[in-house]
Design a protein around this ligand. Structure first.
Ligand code: NDP
Ligand code: 8X3
Length: 252
């Protein structure tokens, strides 16, 4: 029987690329996000281009009642999730704390931290019960370093690191794997979201260097999930060759 992966934030970027690569490598997929039209487009493409069965669930990870409704709507084979990729996340704004926008902080913490906890709370008991499964959390270089003007985003990704490490220990007795993957800059909708739709500012982030692309991270995820049962990749940090830390770049 094929394995089932649930990917949060599959409407763009890393989540979408992960859906595409997993569909080509033997997974059936539950794809999620808030933009229903994009979920429908991806579902149609995957069904056309791969053998995967695809189920779309449109919900906001910040809303516990929506997350509960979505997970509780799963029936039959779809209840049996083998792989959860906690990918939905975002940075909003780039200001020092002394000039920060409270709503931006709340969006980041509610999505990156609380949303990840909500969905993990609902899916992981099923993995515990069957003593198998795999959870991969999208962290960031911002979960390992801090930089000025990124306090809330960095805090949210440090929290992802803490949650990942704690869950790894909690799920150890049940043989459930847990990993985090921490990229440097990846050219997705990330910067457009961070700069609230300012395309020029977003494009400048990637100017003069070669960033990572979403597929680079999807390939790393495929590597993680294709390791044998006795191997757990606890964490992976992946940088563009042109980036050595959160703030050190080689621009030409
Ligand atoms: P994108 O903006 O391209 O994708 C983000 C995804 O998250 C979208 O599918 C979006 O879907 C989903 N999402 C955001 N908020 C919510 C929400 N409230 N409820 C449900 N889904 C949500 O960015 P990336 O692909 O780059 O980001 C994916 C992850 O990778 C994030 O956790 C990010 O922090 C992390 N990351 C990104 C890096 C980068 O440089 N790009 C570097 C390091 C880590 P929708 O809008 O349809 O809801
Ligand atoms: C995204 C990478 O350096 O903007 O997580 O925090 S960074």
């Amino acid at each position: 029987m094929k394995k089932i992966a649930l990917i949060t934030g599959a409407t763009s970027g890393i989540g979408k690329a992960s859906a595409q690569i997993l569909a080509l490598n033997g997974y059936d997929l539950i794809i999620t996000g808030r933009r229903e039209a994009l979920l429908n487009d991806l579902s149609a493409t995957l069904k056309n281009e791969t053998d995967a069965e695809v189920l779309s669930l449109c919900f906001d990870v910040r809303e516990l009642n929506q997350v509960e409704e979505a997970v509780n709507s799963l029936t039959g084979k779809w209840e049996n999730i083998d792989l959860l990729i906690n990918n939905a996340g975002l940075a909003v704004g780039l200001e020092p704390v002394y000039a920060g926008v409270v709503d931006d902080w709340e969006r980041m913490i509610d999505t990156n931290v609380k949303g990840l906890l909500y969905i993990s709370r609902l899916i992981s008991p099923r993995m515990v019960a069957k003593e198998s499964g795999y959870i991969i959390n999208l962290s960031s270089i911002a979960g390992h370093e801090v930089y000025a003007n990124g306090a809330a985003y960095c805090a949210s990704k440090h929290a992802v690191q803490a949650i990942t490490k704690a869950m790894r220990i909690e799920l150890l007795p049940f043989g459930v794997k847990v990993s985090s993957i921490s990229p440097g800059m990846v050219d997705t909708e990330f910067s457009k979201v961070r700069f609230k739709g300012d395309a020029e500012r977003a494009d400048n982030v990637y100017k003069g260097l070669t960033p990572l692309y979403a597929n680079d991270i999807a390939e790393a995820i495929l590597f993680m999930v294709t390791r044998p049962k006795h191997v757990n990749i606890d964490e992976m940090i992946i940088m563009p060759t042109d980036q050595a830390s959160a703030r050190d770049f080689r621009r030409r």
